[in-house]
Design a protein around this ligand. Structure first.
Ligand code: SF4
Ligand code: SF4
Ligand code: SF4
Length: 285
């Protein structure tokens, strides 16, 4: 057994491989002849979306990355979304436009990185008793929680999903084999699978050439704008909120950061806290 194959077996584990279809999958993975992988490499490297996917995700070669000591997080201030109901759509449009997220009319093909959902669906563990009706009727912006203890990362047999040096749960599309274990593992339903070629759902005149398009057969989700954060920029959704402070992004490990100060000054909740995933997205309800 060659070294690459042994290394992969160590990563995947025998039970996972059974779920993937056995050693044939290993052979395809280590030889680089997986149809999905080949397509991914071709599509990303061909310049669709302008640039290498790994760079866009802020992912250095390999998946074992040194920790920076940062842990990025987000506050969603639902009071601001209540004050300005148009903000939700503005944010979703900014995110999806920035990341070339396709727009398919059929629900089964839908790809979403962030979206609005009902209060009850977002906060399943929180009491609604005696809450004011406006709060309950107000939609809640949801996105990947970039959990500090992410079950999706543990479930991924190829390390296509990984926690980067800044605590961001990122994706390497080259490594994704489309097994969807991460989707089953995410208790928040924050991941989408490309059943169709996503490029068919894009307006090519509005393509963001700074971010790669994806391909059929891979999973995707909010990446906390790792490609922007790596350049010292704010996430696109935060920028789209202007000065409203509806979204606040920053380093949770820095006690002097704005996000830490806002967390200290306000009561916030996380989604499904009982699961122990330790979400990095906080809500001011
Ligand atoms: S919200 Fe889901 S996809 Fe995001 S890090 Fe947590 S478990 Fe993973
Ligand atoms: S579908 Fe999810 S679990 Fe499977 S390889 Fe891709 S990222 Fe990993
Ligand atoms: S942080 Fe970036 S990827 Fe995540 S919802 Fe905001 S704009 Fe989208």
């Amino acid at each position: 057994m060659d070294k690459k194959r042994r290394d992969f077996l160590k990563i995947a584990g025998a039970s996972t491989l059974a779920g993937l279809g056995g050693t044939a999958v290993v052979d395809r993975l280590v030889s680089g002849t997986s149809p999905v992988q080949s397509k991914a490499t071709k599509e990303v490297d061909s310049g669709h979306g302008g640039g290498h996917e790994a760079a866009a995700q802020g992912h250095a070669a390999g998946v074992e990355v040194a920790k920076s000591g940062n842990r990025f997080g987000m506050i969603v201030d639902l009071r601001k979304f209540k004050e300005n109901p148009a903000l939700g759509d503005i944010v979703v449009e900014a995110c999806h436009g920035t990341h070339n997220v396709p727009d398919f009319s059929e629900k089964k093909d839908e790809i979403k990185w962030t979206w609005l959902t009902g209060y009850g669906g977002a906060f399943t563990e929180h009491s609604r008793l005696y809450k004011d009706q406006l709060t309950l009727d107000n939609d809640v912006l949801v996105m990947c929680n970039h959990c500090d203890n992410p079950p999706c990362v543990r479930a991924c047999p190829t390390k296509a999903t990984f926690k980067n040096k800044d605590g961001i749960v990122a994706m390497d599309y080259h490594r994704c084999i489309g097994c969807r274990f991460c989707m089953a593992a995410c208790p928040y339903g924050m991941r989408s699978f490309n059943w169709r070629d996503p490029r068919a759902g894009l307006d090519m005149n509005k393509l963001n050439n700074e971010f790669p398009t994806r391909m059929r057969g891979v999973v995707e989700k909010c990446n906390f704008c790792a490609e922007r954060v790596g350049l010292g920029k704010q996430p696109a959704c935060v920028e789209a909120c202007g000065d409203s402070k509806a979204l606040i992004f920053g380093n949770l490990n820095d006690p002097e950061s704005e996000i830490r100060k806002v967390l200290k000054a306000n009561y916030t909740v996380q989604r499904k806290p009982s699961l122990g995933t330790h979400p990095s997205v906080f809500y001011i309800v």
